[in-house]
Each structure stands twice: as structure tokens, then as C-alpha cells.
Design a protein around this ligand. Structure first.
Ligand code: PMP
Length: 427
């Protein structure tokens, strides 16, 4: 069965033919391919076509697809059973690993997705402070919990429904939104409503409105604001954790949040999330405290084995330096290609995460990101896809590098980009 036939079947059976919106290619047009196999930096579709993959399952595959160490760890775990419903040793190792690598995390709770992690973290923030309001940033995505689908990024932004129908107004009213990278706006909001704010949640590097880096001192400024008003600072490191640096964005930028959420990499491709932080806060979570949160499959032994294997790999000396230099090679190369073709273009990058923008400006805000030439992006995306390079199918998603991407892969990508840009420019 080819890609088109599968998509036709899928569309009859699943909303948009997919189980997660951005996969449907709705914003870039055309039809998605169906992957049958993945290895290293590559995906192969059901028709046997190979793609250099810059999404890496939206983040988890930082060591490349189907890494032998991860596969073998999973195979070993599977032999002992898929799920126990009791504590298992791998959960303890996972908690030890996370708390050792990320100093702000004194205790952690495993969940099954990034969405669960962020929903649980704000429940804890509300429970611990006795306050109701949450602050988030326009264009940031924290999963699909009701409180977060207000001016959200990622698919919500891509499809023009940043605030979803089905989110009760009473719920949305408790979510205050701010422009990213504007400290004065945050100060003004806290001056007005600071005593009602339970917590402020932020992607310390925004990866769901393309990739936007925090301005110098911005995260520190938010830390100070939260302290001054008794609100909790929550870093959503679902994307950035173990990717922009071993200790995540909080290590890279030197800011210590009260709570942090994780996902993606810590599951190594299995459905995993986690939230953690200050001991005095985490001890308020059930059963040690009254704030309820639970999960049948949380801490699953197979998922823990996959995540631990990846966390082992990213601790190799120089792992993140190499990843960052590969990312630089790609971004600088694309910039040179675009400059050579006379196409207005800019990039952002930190660690193994990057953004590509069809604008001459250096993008630092949501408004700048949404003002870029998305039609040009869509043509470029398809030009790259046709040449076997898979970029995120939306102008509002970050790109992800893995340690499996070779210099040759990057050179091939740049060659494809030269042709695709030439085509996109004249289209
Ligand atoms: N937070 C951030 C920053 C994310 O990027 C995502 C997903 N891309 C989530 C939360 C939600 O994670 P999940 O899709 O695993 O529910």
C-alpha cells in the first residue's frame, strides 16, 4: 500500500487521518508520508523513499533513530514483562538520573506525556500557592490541557485556532497571556495581578512558534518577578531538556525554576513525561501530600529502559558540544545558501535545536515569527521533501538535530536547500 492509499484510508478513520494534528501536513499542503522504518538520521516511507529527518519524532531521537543501545535496553526490559503496576527499579534509577543531571529537581514524578507533565505541574502550583491564575506566553505550547490552549503555539497556531473551542471560558479566564521576550509586559501584569498568580509557565527556549531564544536577562527577570510576587516559576523543558545542554535550558541560561516539566528525550521514543522541582513542593503531591495525580502506566519499565539508555548516551563527554556544532554547521550553511540565492532568511539555534525563518530579521518575538513568509516556507518544505529532506511540516515548529546526523547528511541537506530555494523563489 502506498502513502496516498494509506492516507485515504486513514482519513476515513481518524480526524484528519492522523493521531496528532501537525502530522497531517495541513498547513504546508499535500499529504504526509507513512514511515515504515527509521534508523540513525533517516526515515524510510512505505514506498522505500529515504528522508534525512530533522524532527526526530519531535525531539526524543537526539541520539538518532533505532540506536542499538536503546533498542537493546528495550529488548532486555521487554523480556521481563511490559507493565507491573508496582514500583520497579528502573524508576528509581530514572529519578536519580534526572535529579543528578538537573540540580533544581530535588524530587520528580514520572507521567506518560508532556501534556500530563504540564497539567500536573500547574495543579501543583495552584495547590501549593492557593492561587488560581496561571501565566503563559503567546505562541508557547505546553500540550493540550485546557489551561494551555489559550494563545497556544504548535499545531494550534499552525491551524489558526490558538485558543481552542471546548476550553470553558472560566478556564481560559484563569490563563493570563504575555508576549514572549517582553519583560516590561510581564512586570506590568504582575504589578496588577501578582497576588493571584500561582505560577508562570514558559518554554525557556520557545520551540512551538518556530524557535525563539530568550533575550539576555529575560529568564532571570522572570525569576525575580515570580520571587517578588510569590508565584512559582515553571520551566517547560519538554523540548529543551537534555537537548540545549545536558542540564537543559536552565543550565544553559543559569536560571533555577521552582518546577520543571520534561518529556520526549527522557522517554527515548516511548510515551513518557515527568515533572519535578523543589522538594517542599513535590512533597505536596499524593501520596505524600494532598495534591492528587496518578497514572496506571507511569514509570513503565520498558519506557524507563528506553529513556535511561538515551540519558546514558547524552552524558558522553562532548555530546552536546558536538550536537551544537552540527547545528551551527547546518544553520550557517543554510544562511549562506539563502544569501547566495538572495532569499531573505535568518536562523536561530541553541544546542541541538534550531529555527529557520523566511525573513531578513533576527526573530525574537511571536509577532516577528508570525510575520515571516510562510508561503515561501511551504514551497521550500516541499522542495526539500521531494529531495529527501524532512523538515517540520509547519513554519511554526523548531528543528531538531541528532548525534546521528553526519557531515555528509548536512552537506546533502545544503545541496537540496540550494535547489529547493531556487525553485521556491521563482515559483
Ligand atoms: N511542552 C512542550 C514545550 C512541547 O513542545 C510539547 C509537545 N511538543 C508538550 C509540552 C506536550 O507534550 P506531549 O505532546 O508529549 O503531550
Amino acid at each position: 500500500m502506498n502513502n496516498h492509499e494509506l492516507f485515504q484510508r486513514a482519513r476515513q478513520l481518524m480526524p484528519g487521518g492522523v493521531n496528532s494534528p501537525v502530522r497531517a501536513f495541513k498547513s504546508v499542503g499535500g499529504e504526509p508520508f507513512f514511515t515504515s522504518r527509521a534508523d540513525g538520521a533517516y526515515l524510510w516511507d512505505v514506498e522505500g523513499k529515504r528522508y534525512i529527518d530533522y524532527i526526530g519524532s519531535w525531539g526524543p531521537m537526539i541520539a538518532g533513530h533505532n540506536h542499538p543501545a536503546v533498542r537493546e535496553a528495550v529488548e532486555r526490559a521487554v523480556r521481563n514483562g511490559l507493565s507491573f503496576g508496582t514500583p520497579c527499579p528502573a524508576e528509581v534509577t530514572m529519578a536519580e538520573t534526572i535529579t543528578r543531571l538537573v540540580p533544581s529537581i530535588e524530587m520528580v514524578r514520572m507521567v506518560n506525556s508532556g501534556t500530563e507533565a504540564t497539567m500536573s505541574a500547574i495543579r501543583l502550583a495552584r495547590g501549593a500557592t492557593g492561587r488560581s491564575k496561571i501565566v503563559k506566553f503567546e505562541g508557547c505550547y505546553h500540550g493540550h490541557g485546557d489551561s494551555f490552549l489559550v494563545k497556544a503555539g504548535s499545531g494550534a497556531l499552525t491551524f489558526g485556532v490558538p485558543t481552542s473551542p471546548g476550553v470553558p471560558k472560566q478556564n481560559a479566564d484563569l490563563t493570563l497571556t504575555l508576549p514572549y521576550n517582553d519583560l516590561d509586559a510581564a512586570k506590568a501584569l504582575f504589578a496588577e495581578q501578582g497576588e493571584q498568580i500561582a505560577g508562570l509557565i514558559i518554554e525557556p527556549v520557545a520551540g512551538n512558534m518556530n524557535c525563539i531564544l530568550p533575550r539576555e536577562g529575560y529568564l532571570q527577570g522572570l525569576r525575580e518577578l515570580c520571587d517578588a510576587h510569590g508565584a512559582l516559576l515553571i520551566f517547560d523543558e519538554v523540548m529543551t531538556g537534555f537537548r540545549v545542554a545536558l542540564g537543559g535550558a536552565q543550565a544553559h541560561y543559569g536560571v533555577r525554576p521552582d518546577l520543571t516539566t520534561f518529556g520526549k528525550i527522557i522517554g527515548g521514543g516511548m510515551p513518557v513525561g515527568a515533572y519535578g522541582g523543589r522538594r517542599d513542593l513535590m512533597e505536596q503531591v499524593a501520596p505524600s501530600g494532598p495534591i492528587y495525580q496518578a497514572g496506571t502506566l507511569s514509570g513503565n519499565p520498558v519506557a524507563m529502559a528506553a529513556g535511561l539508555a538515551v540519558l546514558e548516551l547524552v552524558q558522553a563527554p562532548g555530546f552536546h558540544d558536538t550536537l551544537a556544532s552540527r547545528t551551527r554547521l547546518l544553520c550557517d550553511g543554510l544562511q549562506a545558501v539563502a544569501d547566495g540565492e538572495g532569499v531573505p532568511f535568518s536562523t536561530t539555534r541553541v544546542g541541538g535545536m534550531f529555527g529557520l525563518f523566511f525573513t531578513a530579521e533576527q526573530v525574537e518575538t511571536f509577532d516577528q515569527a508570525t510575520a515571516t513568509d510562510t508561503a515561501m516556507f511551504n514551497r521550500f518544505f516541499h522542495g526539500m521533501l521531494a529531495r529527501g529532506v524532512y523538515l517540520a511540516p509547519s513554519a511554526f515548529e523548531a528543528g531538531f538535530m541528532s548525534s546521528a546526523h553526519s557531515d555528509q547528511d548536512i552537506a546533502d541537506t545544503l545541496q537540496a536547500a540550494r535547489e529547493a530555494l531556487r525553485e521556491a523563489r521563482t515559483a
